[in-house]
Design a protein around this ligand. Structure first.
Ligand code: NAD
Length: 497
């Protein structure tokens, strides 16, 4: 069986802890690999390597750093097919979806090729007599990222590309459920010419994460995963004086106004609600039709579409979505559907009994659709993270606006309408970080930035875009006076301009 260790100091190394986690192939249900779970000492070895390599990397001019990332992009393109298949086999998503996972990461690498420009500071000439002031953006040193299972290519790249472009060394702790692609990305960075020690992958679980949080040489931590762990990491990182940006779970609503193009809205709901088996932090999990007839029209079109979703193994190019990531995830999602039924929601489509012929042990589940879900139900309040869409009917626009605004999560939201006035008002007032207008999954392009609000995001800077360079650098401000402007004698009062 394949054994996955760590990638430290430019080399693949075996784990020494004697602790391992199974890596499943969700489409068959088989264990396909074992991944080593790191000890504190192994994490420390990665930090030592990173610390030794980082000063020379920071001193490499930014144009040259960008060139290595450019070469990395060529290598990712070269290996795109094999990497997408590896990703699909470990995660369960389909191959076209796995390619999307890689590409959305690649777009952030492309963005940070502009790092010489992005890292430019500011300059003021003549701030006082003979005084010029300028600011510098300098890397933090050694930084770390902890990533979730659901985007094993995209989210690692969102983190390590800006961090490394800015001159930091990076320690990646990927999800133990699908570590194959993160390891491959690190190998490709080395092949592209990245010095050994600048990108290390330490596989593991809570023990490795806690070692990162407590390590005095790690200056910043990026986290993406569930909200309770995001909050834990944010608090513990702050306690040891680290910078932290921690992104959590979601409950993304899609408002369907009475004037919306219903066919477009239904296409958007099935694609964004059930794509990747609902295991996306920007998946729409709540549809909010406004008005009774809108709700009835929506359900009439939605039910047959959910009933006819094509579920298949990840390697089937015609499948709409594949299995869930693990048996535990499958049991959890099925349990939520049971809870919804007990809570009194109407289960309009029940996918719990779905079995994939020829893949009976895979972690498959059919699409589920609930109608008449209400605000007090657990299936509305909690993140399900599976192919389950809840319809909450709203009487009017104000009620529809309040639902996502008052929800504890605030990642993404969408409104489908033909009316520019309501769309504009909705975008301005809704208390959520990313908004789509007739766009169901409003993940911003790489030159904007990604971040949810409320329990979907802890910390003050977003991922990628200009914010990422801010997060991975510190600002130094230099005030310089040259002797021609200096008057004689000491000055005891506070200098002012
Ligand atoms: P998770 O929280 O279980 O795991 C995320 C990471 O934390 C993994 O690397 C894991 O090893 C580590 N971890 C797990 N338990 C830990 C513990 N007790 N202490 C310390 N570290 C621990 O999340 P997941 O199941 O891998 O991913 C799904 C979640 O991620 C969903 O909630 C989803 O909404 C969220 N997500 C959010 C975004 C976003 O940008 N907001 C993006 C993708 C996924």
């Amino acid at each position: 069986m394949r054994s996955i260790g760590h990638f430290i100091g430019g080399k693949a190394v075996k784990g020494t802890s004697g602790r391992f986690a199974d890596v499943y192939q969700p489409m068959t249900g088989d264990v396909q690999a074992q991944v080593a779970l790191a000890t504190k000492a192994e994490l420390r070895a990665a930090v030592e390597n990173a610390k030794a390599a980082q000063p020379a990397w920071a001193a490499t001019n930014p144009q040259r750093r960008a060139r290595i990332l450019m070469k990395f992009l060529e290598l990712v393109a070269r290996d795109n097919d094999t990497m997408a298949e590896l990703l699909a086999r470990e995660h369960g998503k389909t191959i076209p979806d796995a390619k999307g996972d890689i590409l959305r990461g690649v777009e952030v690498v492309e963005f940070v090729l502009g790092v010489p420009h992005l890292m430019k500071g500011e300059y003021t000439e003549g701030a006082g007599p003979g005084i010029d002031i300028y600011s510098l953006r300098q890397p933090l040193g050694v930084v770390a990222g902890i990533t979730p299972f659901n985007f094993p290519a995209m989210i690692p790249m969102w983190q390590f590309a800006p961090a490394i472009a800015a001159g930091n060394a990076f320690i990646l702790k990927p999800s133990e459920r699908d570590p194959g692609v993160p390891m491959r990305l690190a190998e490709l960075m080395l092949e592209a010419g990245l010095p050994a020690g600048i990108l290390n992958v330490v596989n593991g679980d809570k023990e490795a994460v806690d070692a990162i949080l407590d390590d005095p040489d790690i200056s910043a931590v990026g986290f993406v995963g569930s909200s309770s762990i995001a909050q834990y990491i944010y608090e513990r990182a702050a306690a040891t004086g680290k910078r932290a940006q921690c992104f959590g779970g979601a409950k993304n609503h899609m408002i369907v106004m009475p004037d919306a193009d219903m066919d477009q809205a239904v296409d958007a709901l099935v694609g964004s609600g059930y794509g990747a088996a609902g295991e996306r932090c920007m998946a729409v999990s709540v549809a909010v039709p406004v008005g009774k007839t809108t709700g009835d029209r929506l359900m009439e079109k939605l039910i047959p579409r959910v009933e006819s979703l094509k579920i298949g193994p990840s390697i089937d190019p015609s499948a709409d979505f594949g299995p869930l990531v693990t048996k535990a995830a499958l049991d959890r999602v099925r349990n939520y559907v049971d809870i919804g039924v007990k809570e009194g929601a109407t289960l309009a489509v029940d996918g719990r009994g779905f079995k994939m012929q020829g893949y009976e042990n895979g972690f498959y589940m059919g699409g589920c659709l609930f109608d008449n879900v209400t605000k007090d139900m657990r299936i509305y309040k909690e993140e399900i993270f599976g192919p389950v869409l809840s319809v909450v009917r709203a009487h009017d626009f104000d009620e529809a606006l309040r639902l996502p605004s008052e929800h504890e999560y605030g990642n993404g939201v969408a409104i489908f309408t033909r009316d520019g006035d309501s769309a504009r008002e909705f975008a301005a007032r809704v208390n959520v970080g990313m908004v789509g207008i007739n766009v169901p999954i409003p993940v911003p392009v790489a030159y904007f930035s990604f971040g949810g609000w409320k329990r979907s995001g802890f910390g003050d800077l977003n991922q990628y875009g200009a914010d990422s360079i801010r997060f991975y650098t510190k600002t130094k401000t230099v005030t310089a006076r040259w002797p021609s402007g200096v008057k004689e004698g000491a000055d005891f009062a506070m200098p002012t301009s």
